[in-house]
Design a protein around this ligand. Structure first.
Ligand code: HEM
Length: 425
């Protein structure tokens, strides 16, 4: 029987874990970098090398449960040392299993390849002018008012319009997309950890993409949507129209909360770290290094999930087939065996881009270069338009007694709201 005094907190529902997941991860890491949780039939991986091993091992680990999370039970009782066939047979019963991030071989690389053109470096570079102009437009009014709520007023519309631009969504439809996303909850809602996440906003947007794909296939133009609608699999075959619809709507889901929350987390560091705001104002070329360190210390995806397809090992630990695994990216990014003084904020860490905030391996975040550019440009414009940025004390209290509320998600790490005072430049 579990001793109540030493009982582990529940990762998926405990409010203290939401408030400070790092303290919780440290506790789990002290029990071992690969640890069987007491309260659930789940293994948590908190070590850097161990997380890398799981993320890279697509032979033994399936991504099928990646969206719904490990807390949701499998739709089958695992039998034997290889549950590959069971996963295959029941995949459609796992919520979110029609989204790229949950695909396994051989569908995954084929579908992912359809997105490559969208994320080509030249295309992202060409979008920077749009991002900068959009950031200026959103910030002008906020600076004139002397402040704003950064997450919902600025970051969410910004990232939604940017993904719409990436996909070439017609201007007239973009506001409708934003309104739909505004109303939806972030993935991995802790208030309802036993139930699958709902995708109503994505379903709404899917309706638009059905039309776009059919129209562009019937009469291709010279635009991004046409290029996307007529993309082929590497073997030359034509993807089902609905596959393109799923991929495009997923980009809104995958790129929205994560990037918006990273912007909020970055801003908190800028305000809270003594001397940092001035340092970045004086030398904006430091912004990219700053973003990497925020990604390491407080990236916006705390965890991702896998399920063992076969009986396997993660370094020294045996993992039975069918075991659900939490890969704690945020814990790996603070593993003291990998990072010197892991809790310290440093702008000059060697090999900082080896953090796992964007995952690693076959499913590594395809939007990472876009997210980096979005946050860099928005921070640059914020510093350009202002001479000082601070917390609104009316909302967040005084230093030493701050009130900061985090989004109630076991996947996303980010402030639900961040009210700022902005002093015009
Ligand atoms: C700070 C922002 C972001 C963070 C922290 C983040 C994090 C992640 C992580 C950790 C994964 C890997 C999940 C896994 O292996 O289980 C992932 C995958 C993915 N991300 Fe991001 N992401 C961000 C922004 C974006 C953006 C802006 C987009 C697109 C517009 C995007 C699109 C995707 C897609 C499509 C995948 C699935 C890739 C695959 O399965 O092959 N992400 N992201």
């Amino acid at each position: 029987m579990t001793d109540q005094a030493t009982a582990e907190r529940d990762y998926f529902s405990d409010p203290s874990v939401l408030k400070d997941p790092y303290d919780y991860f440290e506790e789990m890491f002290s029990k071992g970098p690969v640890h069987q949780l007491q309260s659930r039939d789940i293994v948590m991986v908190t070590g850097y090398d161990e997380a890398l091993e799981v993320l890279r091992n697509t032979q033994d680990f399936s991504s099928a449960i990646c969206v719904v999370g490990a807390a949701y039970p499998l739709p089958f009782e695992p039998r034997g040392d290889d549950v590959s066939e069971q996963i295959k047979a029941h995949r459609h019963e796992i919520p979110g299993s029609d989204l790229l991030v949950t695909y396994d071989q051989p569908q995954h690389p084929a579908s992912r390849s359809l997105l490559n053109r969208l994320f080509a470096p030249s295309r992202l570079k060409a979008m920077e002018g749009y991002m900068s102009g959009l950031a200026d437009k959103l910030l002008q009014d906020a600076v004139a008012r002397g402040g704003c709520e950064l997450v919902k007023e600025i970051a969410v519309p910004y990232v939604t319009y940017v993904v719409a631009d990436l996909l070439g969504v017609p201007a007239a439809d973009r506001d409708l997309f934003r309104a739909a996303l505004d109303q939806s909850a972030p993935p991995g809602n802790m208030n309802d950890s036993e139930k699958p996440t709902e995708f109503s906003a994505l379903e709404y947007m899917a309706g638009f993409f059905v039309r776009y794909v059919h129209e562009r296939r019937a009469a291709p133009g010279n635009d991004v949507l046409s290029e996307f609608a007529t993309a082929k699999y590497p073997d030359g075959s034509t993807p089902d129209a609905m596959e393109l619809v799923r991929l495009s709507t997923f980009l809104f889901g995958a790129g929205q909360d994560t990037t918006a929350k990273l912007l909020g987390n970055s801003m908190r560091y800028i305000i809270d770290t003594p001397g940092l705001q001035q340092q970045l104002r004086t030398n904006r070329a430091l912004i990219p290094a700053f973003i990497e360190e925020v990604l390491r210390l407080e990236g916006s995806s705390k965890v991702t999930f896998r399920v063992a397809r076969k009986k396997t090992r993660v370094l020294d630990t045996e993992i039975p087939a069918g075991k659900r695994v939490v890969v704690a990216l945020a814990a790996a990014n603070r593993d003291p065996r990998r990072w010197e003084e892991p809790k310290a904020f440093k702008l000059d860490r060697p090999k900082i881009r080896e953090h796992l905030a964007f995952g690693r391996g076959a499913h590594t975040c395809i939007g990472a270069p876009l997210a980096r550019a979005e946050v860099r440009i928005m921070l640059d414009r914020l510093l350009e338009h202002t001479s000082d940025i601070g917390f609104s004390e009316a909302y967040h209290g005084k230093p030493g007694n701050r009130r900061l509320d985090y989004e109630p998600s076991f996947i996303i790490r980010g402030l639900a709201q961040l009210h700022l005072e902005l002093k015009a430049a």
